[in-house]
Design a protein around this ligand. Structure first.
Ligand code: M6R
Length: 366
């Protein structure tokens, strides 16, 4: 049932070109310029007129929510807040009638997320679910939303569910932006075309897995890792660090690259691998200067860079390339090498990558 792969985690990482395709199938028609999502369309007026969107989630799903915050604010010009479900539910949050809550969950059973949306529902908010498991508690409690259709995810570390969440959240943002008239036609059409290309670009990254494996073997004995990114790729840095902690038990922290100088740079020495997501986007130059700051302190830089970017490559100790893409969709690509890096480090250390110690697939206790 692992389909010839050694672990479910690897199988699920490699399924992503297909799961991303499945997630867009029947929804995205880039030729016609349409996005069909009945569970969003039904609530169109309320979403377009929302004074704010509150995204509620835990763990990896929370990271998908953070990416969505950047995308919604950019494309829809709606104020977005992203909340850890566990914090939100216990602090007597302010919820107004016009608020739209987006609950993001792979399992649809995460206790903290479920209780948080029930609380918000009682206070009159519209609840939309972005959930993978059909018929799960969170999907049943929601007024609407959209399934991620990534298929069953067995590995405790979430991989294909995350990229499917990014796709669904991006589709929702594009649909809302279009209905609201907040996006111009050519940007809208351009992004739909970009989405169409994601499955083959993810496949391209997967085809380079051997190179990621050798980088993993080189750094597997490091005690700590730092992950840095900016903008749309900042949450990808958080996700890369979480994946490494779960799978290999190596301490890792994700940071927005610019925060380095406010503390974490003190950690940098010749022992510290720093994974920097430095793909070509509006922040690229700034990220390159962050790489230079790390190199000046003898840190080891593993750069996730855009294919063909020789200038950035020359600054890094090791590089992993991803195909060029619009920055809005870039996290769907840049997270994939980080999933593989964690996987290969975990395997090289002899860890149980499918069932890491102390973790459960769905956290149904608070
Ligand atoms: O099922 P959910 O998406 O609600 O789960 C949320 C987290 O428990 C989950 O993402 C967890 O952090 C994963 N183990 C991450 O790989």
């Amino acid at each position: 049932e692992k389909g010839g792969f050694d672990h479910f985690m690897l199988k699920e990482i490699f399924e992503q070109p297909q799961t991303i395709f499945d997630c867009m199938r029947g929804r995205l028609n880039s030729q016609a310029g349409t996005i069909t999502m009945a569970g969003i369309q039904q609530h169109a007026d309320q979403i377009i007129n929302a004074s704010r969107i509150v995204i509620i989630a835990c763990g990896t799903s929370w990271h998908a929510g953070l990416v969505a915050e950047y995308i919604f604010e950019e494309l829809c010009r709606i104020n977005v807040e992203v909340e850890y479900a566990s914090e939100f539910r216990y602090r007597n949050p302010v919820i107004n009638k016009g608020d739209v809550i987006l609950a993001v969950s792979q399992s649809g059973e995460t206790a903290d997320t479920l209780v948080a949306i029930e609380t918000a529902k009682e206070k009159g908010a519209l609840i939309l679910g972005v959930v993978n498991v059909v018929g799960s508690s969170i999907s049943r409690t929601s007024h609407g939303g959209a399934y991620t259709h990534a298929g069953p995810e067995i590995g405790v570390a979430s991989t294909k569910a995350f990229t499917a969440q990014l796709v669904v959240l991006t589709l929702i943002a594009l649909k809302v932006a279009y209905m609201k008239g907040a996006i111009n036609d050519s940007r809208y059409k351009g992004l739909l075309a970009e989405l169409d290309l994601i499955p083959e670009k993810v496949a391209w990254v997967l085809n380079h897995h051997e190179q990621i494996k050798s980088i993993a073997e080189k750094y597997k004995d490091a005690r700590d890792f730092l992950y840095l990114g900016r903008g749309y790729n900042f949450p990808v840095a958080l996700e890369g660090a979480l994946k490494l902690k779960e799978i290999s038990y190596i301490h890792a922290e994700g940071y927005p690259a610019a925060e380095m100088k406010h503390g974490p740079i003190a950690l940098v020495d010749e022992q510290l691998p720093v994974v920097v997501v430095a793909t070509k986007d509006q922040y690229h130059e700034k990220v390159v200067s962050n790489i230079q700051e790390i190199k000046a302190r003898k840190g080891k830089v593993i750069g996730i860079i855009t294919e063909g970017d020789e200038t950035s490559a020359a600054l890094c100790d090791d590089v992993i390339s991803v195909p060029e893409a619009d920055e809005i969709v870039a996290p769907m690509l840049s997270v994939v090498p980080l999933q593989l890096l964690s996987y290969f480090i975990g395997v090289a250390k002899g860890c149980n990558v499918d069932q890491p110690r102390n973790l459960a697939k769905s956290v149904t206790v608070e």
